[in-house]
Ligand binder design. Structure first.
Ligand code: PBG
Length: 315
């Protein structure tokens, strides 16, 4: 009688990667999550692959001295993200690799785009850099590029550039409905963009380009634009507080719809679990089931590896 089932095949594991060798740094606000150097990342990716998780999403941690106002490290062919993609595709070609296309790990101010002297994020100038970044990921062997920046017109620009450079099979997972959410806090700690954002010229917010949590119709407009521009997959982010948005996009547009159970959602479940206030395992599996029930075809979750383990035990 059960309508919805969660399997490892529905999950995608986000991974934080840093420079060096044999390095594993815990993320303090995300207990159980580490930033890993590429050698350790490969071992982790092997385990994830063996558990039946079809893909990983790579998020680089950029050293402060490689950040700049023009974010040029974003398209460095030997940047951390580009090297990580190559290493994973060499070691485990069957494992899907998704890259994050956005400038926040590379800008000295922590915004997802280039800014003018008043701190205003410049849409079209940013899109040019995003295109170069996406091409460098495709060149490194990424299966899917995922623009998470919310600039207007970036999906179309990336699609055209991929076609023009013969990367016709690289897919675009667009962060279609990315809300200006406060649930991203621990992620900003993990990639080291939070401090910069707080002291940056435009203040802490990304409200001028991410969506207002009070809006729902806007998500449908964004998705319609993304369809027109050539996106293959559509992300709603965060997850659990936005089940209605997942449902609307899936039902009204009938496109492959992904949910991102974000860092803050992970940390809440983890913290309550550690205190014995909630049963972490049961609550995580319930949340993932809810995301699937709402209409998510796939779920990015920091709990992917743990959940795949638990699902195996239950089988
Ligand atoms: C930024 C980006 C963010 C996340 C993924 N890509 C954070 C932000 O917009 O500041 C958040 C993911 C999470 O919280 O788990 N390009």
């Amino acid at each position: 009688m059960r309508e919805t089932k969660v399997t490892a095949d529905d999950l995608i594991q986000p991974l934080f990667v840093l420079d060096g060798e044999g390095r594993s740094e815990p993320v303090p606000s995300m207990p159980g999550i580490q930033r890993l150097s590429i050698d350790l990342l490969i071992a982790e990716a092997q385990t994830i692959h063996q558990l039946g998780i079809p893909a990983v999403a790579i998020f680089p941690v950029t050293p402060a001295d490689a950040k700049s106002a023009d974010a040029r490290e974003a398209y460095n062919p030997t940047g951390i993200a580009q090297r990580a993609v190559r290493a994973i595709k060499d070691a485990i070609p069957e494992l899907g690799v998704i890259t994050d296309v956005a400038l926040d790990p590379f800008t000295s101010h922590g915004q997802d785009g280039l800014i003018d002297e008043t701190g205003y994020v410049l849409n079209d100038e940013t899109v040019e850099v995003l295109v170069r970044q996406a091409l460098s990921h495709a060149e490194a062997g990424a299966d899917v590029v995922a623009p998470s920046d919310m600039m207007d017109g970036r999906v179309g620009a990336i699609r055209n550039a991929l076609e023009a450079h013969n990367y016709r099979n690289v897919r675009i997972l667009s962060y279609t409905a990315k809300y200006a959410s406060h649930y991203y806090g621990p992620f900003r700690d993990a990639v080291g963009s939070a401090g910069n954002l707080d002291s940056g010229p435009s203040g802490p917010g990304k409200d001028s380009y991410q969506m207002d949590p009070a809006n729902s119709d806007e998500a449908i407009h964004e998705a319609a634009l993304d369809i027109q521009e050539g996106a293959d997959m559509f992300m709603v982010k965060p997850g659990l507080p936005y089940l209605d948005i997942i449902r609307r996009i899936k039902q009204e547009l009938g496109v492959p719809t992904f949910a991102y159970q974000v860092s803050g959602e992970y940390s809440m479940l983890k913290a309550a679990g550690e205190r014995g206030w909630l049963d972490e395992r049961k609550c995580v599996l319930e949340a993932l089931t809810s995301l699937r029930r709402a209409g998510a075809d796939a779920i990015l979750t920091y709990h992917a590896r743990a959940a795949a383990d638990w699902l195996q035990e239950e089988d």
